[in-house]
Design a protein around this ligand. Structure first.
Ligand SMILES: Nc1ncnc2c1ncn2[C@@H]1O[C@H](COP(=O)(O)OP(=O)(O)OP(=O)(O)O)[C@@H](O)[C@H]1O
Ligand SMILES: [Mg+2]
Length: 298
């Protein structure tokens, strides 16, 4: 019997960190082998779990279709067998947890035979584990396209804002329309400094969400970071950010780690850019940050 747990929610709310913490808790409880599925194309769950990542399911799909196009598939080896072998070899083995990263998704509208085979192979692998934990990219519309697994428990993560709760509500409302069946779903409010405000409680009730737990924000590191930003002559502004890879990894190891600005704009877009003056300020901030930690540790 496999129990499948998935984590979803708005970008930057702590999904990967929570998936990592959940896996760590299951491992500590010696609950049995865990398969971690990284369903975010940005593939960063491996950094939280401290596992190397060489090949994703997306890579295997591309390599195999290239071979097929070039007629390089060896005679006598069925495509399904080759995919099966390649996907099984791409599972990274850890001590209590193994990892399978989905990588880039197939193109829009592509439900070709290879993808159906891939889903069946992934499901067969997952069936041999008592626990499967899936870390998703922001939003939920991708869930059904990545595996056919039904999810027993879905944790919807939100920050402590009405917008975050509204997104969580939308995700919960979408559940009925997914091909993937979701058993129970719970809301986790992460980084709620002073607990829930009446406004947030109202929003949770309005969306009919079942609140599992409110996790506090760890204030110390952000306080120090803000002090450093002020010392650089700037006014700190807080917001969530996507892809907190290094931060998520360090947080998992027990050191809550916020991301600092580096001055760049339009991340990952064609027109990503950074002015020199802002980069200078980022460097200045980091140097001040060292000073703040030294001063406050005396
Ligand atoms: N309770 C908390 N207190 C302080 N920092 C936190 C807390 N939870 C998460 N963080 C930090 O927030 C950042 C974003 O977290 P994470 O990468 O887990 O979010 P995510 O939802 O997976 O993001 P993405 O949408 O990019 O996948 C990380 O730097 C993480 O360390
Ligand atoms: Mg993530």
């Amino acid at each position: 019997m496999t129990t499948t747990i998935a984590v979803a929610g708005k970008g930057g709310t702590g999904k990967t960190t929570l998936a990592g913490l959940l896996i760590r808790r299951l491992a500590e409880a010696q609950a049995g082998p865990i398969l971690a599925i990284d369903a975010d194309p940005a593939s960063n769950l491996n950094t939280v779990l401290d596992l190397p990542l060489e090949k994703t399911v997306g890579d295997v799909r591309e390599e195999t279709s290239e071979k097929a196009r070039a007629n390089l598939l060896e005679a006598g080896i069925a495509k399904r067998d080759l995919l099966d072998y390649e996907i099984n070899s791409s599972v990274v083995e850890g001590v209590d947890v193994d990892l399978l990263a989905m990588g880039r998704p197939e193109g829009p509208g592509c439900y070709c035979a290879a993808n159906n085979m891939l889903r069946a192979i992934i499901d067969a692998i997952a069936d041999s584990y008592p626990w499967v934990v899936i870390d998703n990219e922001a939003g939920l519309e991708h869930l059904s396209r990545r595996t056919t697994r039904d999810v027993d428990v879905l944790f919807i993560v939100s920050d402590a804002t009405v917008r975050g709760i509204t997104t969580a509500g939308r995700i919960a409302a979408l559940l009925g329309e997914l091909e993937t069946k979701v058993g129970r779903h719970y809301l986790i409010v992460n980084r709620a400094g002073g607990g829930l405000t009446p406004e947030l409680e109202r929003a949770i009730a309005e969306h009919g969400l079942e609140l599992l737990v409110v996790l506090p924000d760890d204030p110390l590191v952000t306080e120090y970071a803000e002090e450093a930003i002020r010392r650089a002559g700037l006014t700190p502004k807080r917001s969530s950010i996507r892809g907190g890879t290094d931060g998520a990894r360090l947080t998992f190891m027990g050191v809550p780690t916020p991301n600092l600005f580096d001055g760049s704009m339009n991340f990952h877009g064609k027109k990503e850019w950074v002015p020199l003056e802002w980069m200078d300020k980022a460097v200045e901030t980091v140097l001040h940050l060292l000073g703040v930690w030294v001063d406050r540790s005396r």
